[in-house]
Design a protein. Structure first.
Lengths: 357, 247
């Protein structure tokens, strides 16, 4: 199939549509506004629905309503807007509603900047909204990878009845890359496959089949039972859905850990260092929840040190340290705000580390 | 023996958790009867957010969604956009609709979303135990206005029906009460009209129902009805605030 040069935001939007998304609810915020713009033009062409909500709070609640019917539904936003969505995301997780949420990260805290950042890692994988829940969270490093993940993202959301989060950044949405787009699938709501959905029930029908979309369990025993079900689902996801990439790690003395677009910068640094004969590799989680703890420990078992590189204060750093559990030293390099670590900076940091090992 | 009255099958057999004398029971029955009489069968989705009526999913015998505080109109929008042929309604209290959910209710009206909102206004937060709402009357004592609502400090009570009637996208707005038989019948008629307009694909419809909260007002059920008539009704006049279908 021919490659097409596409802007990240538009390619991601089209990939969602090709995989059955017919309902998009959003609100403009830089640097992801091209996604709602694209959706507003494309959805009417294919009989879908683009609706601009009055706020991100409403957008995620429209997602909650549309997902309750069993439809494939998506929303996108950027960091400050995703903060506003957290209430609704927690409700989606509690009510076990499949949906896809995009966070095109920008600098923070507060209004921050409109340039790319990775400052929402903690929000994505350690919490966000209230309660014990997780989102199946993908951190693609290229537009093509984001497109590829979309080919199964809705299936995973529906299989496990969890919201799926794409943790991207401003670079991903603003850059252009040659991509291969999948064929359009023909998605229809199947009431048999989604007995929990509001697909129509009237008095006289089987009482067990009446849909009640709910995250309220007023009796503590009931809420505990509900949480146990959620936790069992999370354990299943942890067992089956971990994704990661390794690059030149087999003989590496130093393994760089990085996710998303920063991992691409890190890969360039690995290439430069390898050209100098230095044994460096890259470990890149593709799912940041579930995190590839065991895989990272295995990959680095013969390494002498890890360098974690991020465009934040070192948030994934905590998971890297958990993975190796003190077996080898873990160093960090990066910047907060929206300043991207450069290849030269990473090379310099590895050379400095090499002196100490 | 002939049956002269039967509970509608659109209410479940679950015992209401509402306090004695609270009007939710009557309003639930009216909504459920109107659902049955709509002829929509099972093509109905109800949305009830946080508040005393958050357990409405246990009572309305149709597909139901519990929503976050104030967000029912947004949730109902999501449902309606997927199921344009379904009868979609929200059932919201005044703490919910007139306070935390003002953005959602204004914009569901603004979009002319083809849903129906049943707005139960009892001038107080019931579920959390009687706190001041934006709808609490000036001078009204609540657990968070123990000296009486002070207009200088908190403003005058908000009038949602009057306000939403001004939004170009709203289609039908009426304020009712269930304090006597005549008004109960009028409320039922209003709810049926709102559902009818929705099924005809008209715009946003809301029926506000003035309601009592004997527990948190600190009054008996009978005294509560009297208080509603003497204090709420003069400030919140009953009537049709907008009816594009009658124009």
């Amino acid at each position: 199939m021919a490659l097409t040069l596409m802007k990240g935001s538009e390619a991601i939007a089209e990939a969602a549509i090709r995989n059955g998304a017919r309902f998009f609810f959003g609100y403009p915020i830089t640097p992801q506004t091209e996604i709602p713009e694209y959706m507003s033009a494309r959805m009417p062409e294919i009989g879908g629905c683009y609706l601009q909500a009055e706020s991100e709070v409403s957008a995620i609640n429209m997602v909650y309503g549309a997902a309750s019917t069993g439809a494939r539904v998506i929303t996108s936003s950027s960091s400050p807007g995703v903060s506003l969505k957290q209430e609704g995301i927690s409700y989606c997780a509690g009510a076990r509603l499949p949906c896809v949420i995009l966070n095109v990260m920008r600098g923070g805290p507060g209004l921050g900047s409109i340039q790319a950042s990775q400052g929402d890692y903690f929000q994505a994988v350690k919490g966000g909204g209230n309660g014990d829940y997780h989102l199946l969270t993908y951190a693609p490093a290229s537009i093509q990878e984001a497109i590829n993940i979309f080919s199964f993202a809705f299936d995973k959301a529906e299989k496990y009845r969890v919201p799926v989060l794409f943790l991207a950044d401003g670079i991903m949405c603003q850059m252009m890359e040659p991509v291969e787009m999948p064929e359009m699938i023909d998605f229809k709501i199947d009431p048999e496959a989604k007995p929990w959905a509001t697909t129509g029930w009237k008095p006289g029908d089987d009482p067990a089949k009446r849909a009640v979309i709910n995250s309220l369990f007023i009796n503590t025993e009931d809420l505990t039972e509900h949480n146990n079900l959620l936790q069992a689902t999370y354990r299943e996801i942890e067992a089956n859905e971990v994704m990661y990439e390794t690059y030149l790690t087999d003989d590496a003395d130093i393994v760089i850990t990085a996710f998303g677009t920063v991992a691409r910068i890190a890969k360039s640094a690995v290439n430069e260092l390898r050209a100098q004969g230095i044994k460096v590799g890259l470990f890149r989680p593709i799912t940041v929840w579930p995190y590839p703890y065991k895989e990272l420990a295995e990959v680095t078992k013969n390494a002498k040190a890890i360098l974690d590189v991020e465009a934040n204060e070192g948030q994934m750093l905590q998971d890297v340290k958990l993975a190796v559990n003190g077996a080898i030293p873990v160093d960090y390099f990066g910047h907060c705000g929206s300043l991207m670590p450069t290849t030269a900076e990473i090379v310099a940091k590895v050379l400095e580390m090499k002196e100490g090992i | 023996m002939s049956v002269v009255f039967e509970k509608t099958s659109y209410l479940t057999d679950k015992q209401f958790h509402y306090c004695p004398g609270c009007n939710h029971g009557i309003i639930h029955r009216l909504v459920a009867e109107a659902l049955e009489e709509s002829g929509m069968g099972g093509n109905i989705v109800g949305v009830a957010p946080v508040g005393c009526s958050v357990f409405a999913y246990d009572y309305f015998n149709v597909d139901m969604i519990e929503a976050a505080h104030g967000r029912a109109p947004a949730v109902a929008t999501g449902v309606k956009r997927v199921k344009p042929d379904a009868l979609v309604f929200t059932y919201q209290g005044d703490g919910d609709l007139a306070s935390i959910g003002t953005a959602e209710i204004v914009h569901v009206a603004h979009r002319g979303e083809k849903i129906t909102t049943i707005f139960v206004n009892n001038a107080i937060y019931g579920m959390t135990g009687g706190q001041m709402a934006p709808t609490s009357l000036v001078g009204q004592k609540t657990t968070t206005s123990p000296y009486g609502r002070n207009e200088d400090w908190c403003g005058a009570p908000i009038k949602m029906s009057e306000m939403l009637a001004q939004v170009p996208g709203s289609y039908y707005i009426e304020r009712c009460a269930v304090n006597n038989n005549a008004n109960i019948l009028k409320t039922k008629k209003a709810i049926k009209k709102a559902f009818k307009y929705q099924m005809e694909g008209k715009g946003f419809c809301m029926v506000e129902v003035l309601s009592t909260c004997p527990t948190n007002w600190g009054l008996s059920p009978v005294e509560s009805l009297k208080w509603l008539e003497e204090n709420m009704m003069p400030y919140y006049p009953l009537g049709v605030y907008k009816d594009k279908g009658a124009e």
